[in-house]
Design a protein. Structure first.
Length: 195
């Protein structure tokens, strides 16, 4: 089977996803297929590596873990059965504090933090589609990084179930989160890795 053999007008589940053997990477958002961008450019990769390094260093010997793409995050709505899961995404990075959510297929349930890095061609999906599914599924924080503009937007889950955007953070700021007490991400250092 090839990607072109799929009927893009129908809904797909994680059970369908597990059957595919083609090389293209896909995400499923509410049953709809989204082809992932080609391999990220060097600036995207450098930012991802620096974030991974800083988070992994901080999380060493703690319960929370950081995972990097490709890593399937399944966001069930009603049932945890593969054929009933219609959203499977691959955040650039995610932090998961509940080890029970990690299995041999990736993550089942909302990570505590989902991190996406904007790249040409994927901005709409990160700004709209993924924002919506992360919010609906209970991802506690969603961090959106732009290496081109050197900013980060940190969305936090509000008590009413909606995200609240903190002010945009730039190279002059430190990113803190109550999910990881004691973490201080120096954005000047993070973005310097892209230069």
């Amino acid at each position: 089977m090839n990607l072109i053999d799929l009927d893009l007008s129908r809904e797909y589940s994680f059970a369908d996803y597990l059957k595919w053997t083609f090389e293209e990477r896909l995400e499923i958002i509410k049953g709809k297929l989204f082809k992932m961008s080609p391999a990220p450019n060097p600036a995207h990769q450098l930012l991802s590596v620096e974030l991974t390094y800083q988070l992994a260093k901080f999380l060493r010997n703690r319960t929370c873990r950081v995972f990097t793409a490709p890593f399937d995050v399944r966001l069930p709505r009603k049932s945890r059965r593969d054929e009933d899961i219609f959203t499977v995404v691959q955040p650039d990075l995610c932090v998961i504090c509940d080890p029970e959510k990690v299995d041999d297929k990736g993550c089942l349930g909302a990570p505590d933090i989902a991190i996406e890095i904007l790249s040409p061609g994927n901005n709409k999906r990160e700004l709209s589609d993924k924002y919506a599914v992360y919010q609906e599924s209970g991802v506690k924080e969603y961090w959106l990084f732009s290496y081109a503009e050197k900013f980060c937007i940190q969305y936090t889950h509000h008590y009413e179930g909606y995200y609240h955007a903190m002010r945009p953070l730039s190279v002059a700021d430190i990113l803190f989160t109550p999910i990881l007490p004691g973490l201080e991400l120096d954005l000047a250092r993070i973005f310097r890795s892209v230069n």
